[in-house]
Ligand binder design. Structure first.
Ligand code: NAP
Length: 250
């Protein structure tokens, strides 16, 4: 790599975000490890990255808050340099329930975290990457979910609908900034072994569903990370507006 590659990964203290951080660091990226609550976990990830010989920085910011997103990008500007890749990975589910049991507070949280947060981060990235603003280009990779096309009935239709919005966001934004040096793509993971299932109140979900998947197993965070880092790399230079399923055939 000739110019310094700086990747901001939202929600990188655990799961798919942390795996993406390790995968990117192994390929020489300087990495900003964003997190919301667990400072210790983010610090452990950054120490692993620095041990690989790259620059790494943990930055606390709730991506659903505009002021915190601005501060995240300003901190990276100052400490690591111009961002070249944004991975919009931070995402949450709520307790499994039907739509007729969802209250307004939950719905607003679901959409502000999973959708508005990705828009806010993309806005800051575009202002730095776009040739329209004097930048030299870059890449955005959004983390959607197979839920966007399955709907997650009886579990979390709100989350699935938010991820549907991420798919549409990916297509629209990709075309909007394609002539400005920015590629925008998404990965759509299936059932992946991370803590997210426990946060939905169903820690054994991945193990329970695994035998029913076409490949008869859940995926790993590393398998999703490989797809994210490929989409961000020059090897994917003519790929934009693509949504890559990483679902074991689901
Ligand atoms: P996870 O293990 O639960 O990790 C979530 C990460 O997001 C944590 O690092 C968490 O940091 C961070 N986070 C939570 N709220 C945040 C906020 N407001 N601002 C910034 N960061 C925040 O989740 P995961 O399974 O790796 O999921 C990563 C992405 O993949 C999500 O977008 C998810 O929807 C998607 N996905 C996952 C699966 C799956 O089966 N695992 C399937 C399809 C799609 P703190 O703990 O520090 O708050």
């Amino acid at each position: 790599m000739t110019t310094k590659q700086v990747m901001i990964i939202t929600g990188a203290s655990r799961g798919i975000g942390a795996a993406t951080a390790r995968c990117a660091a192994a390929r020489g990226y300087a990495v900003a490890v964003n997190f919301a609550r667990d400072e210790g976990a983010a610090a452990r990830v950054t120490s692993e990255l620095t041990a690989l010989g790259v620059e790494a920085l943990a930055v606390r910011a709730d991506v659903s808050r505009q002021d915190e997103v601005r501060r995240l990008f300003e901190t990276v500007d100052a400490e690591l340099g111009a961002v070249t890749v944004l991975v919009n990975n931070a995402g949450v589910v709520d307790r499994q329930c039907r739509v007729d049991a969802m209250d307004e507070e939950r719905l607003l949280r679901m959409f502000s975290m999973n959708v508005v947060g990705s828009f806010l981060c993309a806005r800051e990235a575009i202002r730095r990457m776009s040739t329209r603003y004097g930048g030299t280009g870059g890449c955005i990779v959004n983390v959607s979910s197979a839920a966007a096309r399955l709907g997650s009935p009886g579990e979390y239709v709100d989350y699935a609908a938010a991820k549907g919005a991420i798919d549409t966001f990916t297509l629209g934004l990709a075309r909007e900034v394609a002539a400005e040096g920015i590629r925008v793509n998404a990965v759509r993971p299936g059932i992946i072994l991370t803590d997210i299932h426990a946060s939905g109140g169903d820690p054994a979900r991945a193990e329970r569903l695994a035998p029913h998947l076409p490949m008869q197993r859940a995926g790993t965070a590393d398998e999703v990370a490989e797809a994210i880092v490929w989409l961000a790399s020059p090897a994917a230079s003519y790929t934009t507006g693509a949504i890559v399923d990483v679902t074991g055939g689901r």
